[in-house]
Design a protein around this ligand. Sequence first.
Ligand SMILES: NC(=O)c1ccc[n+]([C@@H]2O[C@H](COP(=O)([O-])OP(=O)(O)OC[C@H]3O[C@@H](n4cnc5c(N)ncnc54)[C@H](OP(=O)(O)O)[C@@H]3O)[C@@H](O)[C@H]2O)c1
Length: 376
Amino acid sequence: MILTLHGAVTPPSRRHPASSASLRSIDGATQENFDQRQSGCTMRAVIIPEWGGPEVLETIDTEVPAMGADQIRVRIRAFGINRAEVLHRRGLYPTPGHDFKRRRRIDAEKDIPGLEFAGEIDAVGDEVEGLTVGDRVMGVVAGGSYAEYLVTAATHAIPIPEDLPFVQAATIPEVFITAYDALERLHVTGGEWVLVHAIGSGVGTAAVQLVVARGARCLGTSRTPSKLERAAALGMEAGIDTTADELAPAVHRITEHGANAAIDLVGGPMFASTLEAMASRGRVIVVGLTAGRRADVDLGVVLQKRLRIEGTVLRSRSQAEKTDLTRSFREAVLPLFLEKRLRVVLDRVFAFDEIRDAHAYMESNASFGKIVVEFR
Ligand SMILES: NC(=O)c1ccc[n+]([C@@H]2O[C@H](COP(=O)([O-])OP(=O)(O)OC[C@H]3O[C@@H](n4cnc5c(N)ncnc54)[C@H](OP(=O)(O)O)[C@@H]3O)[C@@H](O)[C@H]2O)c1
């Protein structure tokens, strides 16, 4: 027997199918879920029955995922929204294996979107050590966090600092781990200039703080001047409004020699000028492609400056790599929250049944920092 349920923690809901107003027919999948509800525990979750705008997001009742011996089950209290889920919804970055119509059964990790969570453990596998029911945890997952429950590897869970509410904690995992990992890969050291595109994004607002925490200097870009002002309050030394200024000359003017490192969260047409903006032996990490997948670059710039260009993605990493990154993050970054050297940047909170509004808000590009969905 794997599950360990404690009476103090609310178990998964056992709803009668007829009480679920949100249930809809998605080919055979809904009938299958209906059958599952007769025997198992169910939860509310969001699925993407077809690619499209925020309106395609549907809330259904589905089975609480089964848990393995080295896993924990978490009752989710809040989860962050990420640009990757917007791309997933549009069919541009689907979770590998997303195909419940063909499978006729919901696979939580593949079919339910969501890359991060904050909640409390309500069951632990037999082989799990050091975690118990009731512990408050947050973390990154490959999918499945737009739901009341998820299961995840125990080694991917991060304890939530004591005084941090779930909504605030939900802003941390995906963006701070991504930014931390990027800076590690870039080997950023004190005094270096780090260029961060889309500084007002979730990842950008985490990156600026982590750059400062390393003793390095942050230079950020945005298409929205007010976001540059707000990023300055987080420690950004100089900002460039890319709708008004040409990137490369502005970076050289500010830094004198160019940026030593760059975290590119937008890609697309600006990539060529990012390379122009780099100092000799600069390092660039491509993290996001919000502006597009294609770039027309002068490779002579890469040669002459002896640039190093790397790409990264968290989702496709092995379980072991994720365990190592989680451990390293817990040791290097979590204490900085406890010391108040890092702070969460929360823009807006939506209720679970406002998931479509949350996605529409992210796509409006109005947010600064994180958008969070809360179970109320
Ligand atoms: N590789 C990974 O493992 C990984 C992990 C996490 C995130 N990411 C990526 O990191 C990026 C940021 O993610 P997020 O969730 O933090 O994003 P976010 O909070 O939604 O912020 C994105 C911001 O980018 C700017 N933007 C949007 N379209 C743009 C365009 N065409 N050109 C230039 N700027 C544009 C907007 O700000 P303005 O007001 O400045 O326009 C927008 O607010 C995304 O590309 C995401 O896919 C990658």
